[in-house]
Design a protein around this ligand. Structure first.
Ligand SMILES: [Fe+2]
Length: 238
């Protein structure tokens, strides 16, 4: 396993002490006993540039050949991803540490599938480009899907979310979501404070969260990154 595939102290600090959003939660003493600073096995998540073809949005939409996106690039855009044991979510030490250290004091569980009366409406709603004033935090307990996020140059980056993935999207990031062709997802939603799930559809450039994201992330963007590795290590638990 390459060194970059291990979640050591420095990557942990980069993820948790996310300066871009002035969230000072950190591995407080910098030791390896703090959240995710342990050397732990990692699973992989795949990200790639989205091919805007006419096929079903619930399909992968890869170019031929595929154009993979390296993990470092998602870090730069403010993403955080962990892999947890979704079958033990009710008694999961890492999940509890994440909730504590990031201040997530609210959670609930939602299910999305065609049995919902407003399923198609929901599908279209979530796949409409939007942002949030707060973090979007999802821990997938069942099913799978895709998130699309905007790159520095407005291209869509797509990554797959699977059972066990806990994903944090930063405030002010334009994005959209779709289930995969299996049309099923059960997810825990987490939030800091009173929950607010409001989607602000693009354009929402006047929102404070967008301005902060642009100032702290997009203006620092390095568009010279090299498209290379397809695999993005997650913070993880075997
Ligand atoms: Fe969203």
């Amino acid at each position: 396993m390459a060194m970059e595939d291990l979640q050591l102290g420095a990557p942990c600090h980069q993820a948790i002490n996310n300066k871009a959003f002035n969230t000072p939660q950190s591995c407080k003493d910098g030791s390896e006993s703090a959240l995710c600073c342990k050397v732990i096995p990692v699973s992989m998540v795949e990200a790639w540039y989205f091919n805007p073809s006419d096929e079903d949005p619930k399909l992968p939409h890869k170019f031929t050949p595929n154009r993979p996106v390296p993990r470092k690039h998602l870090d730069e855009l403010g993403m955080m991803i962990w892999r947890l044991d979704a079958d033990k979510w009710e008694d999961n030490e890492i999940l509890e540490k994440i909730k504590m250290e990031r201040g997530y004091n609210y959670w609930d569980i939602v299910t999305m599938n065609p049995s919902m009366a407003d399923y198609e409406e929901k599908v279209n709603h979530f796949f409409t480009e939007h942002l949030h004033a707060d973090e979007e935090i999802r821990f997938l307990l069942e099913g799978g899907g895709y998130w699309d996020i905007r790159d520095y140059d407005e291209k869509w980056i797509r990554f797959r979310i699977e059972k066990g993935d806990l994903v944090v999207l930063p405030p002010g990031m334009y994005h959209r979501f779709t289930l995969d062709i299996n049309n099923h997802a059960k997810a825990m939603r987490l939030f800091k404070g009173l929950p607010c799930w409001t989607q602000h559809e693009r354009p929402a450039d006047d929102m404070q969260a967008r301005k902060v994201y642009m100032q702290n992330v997009l203006k620092k963007g390095d568009t010279t990154h090299v498209e290379g590795s397809a695999s993005i290590p997650r913070h993880g638990e075997a």
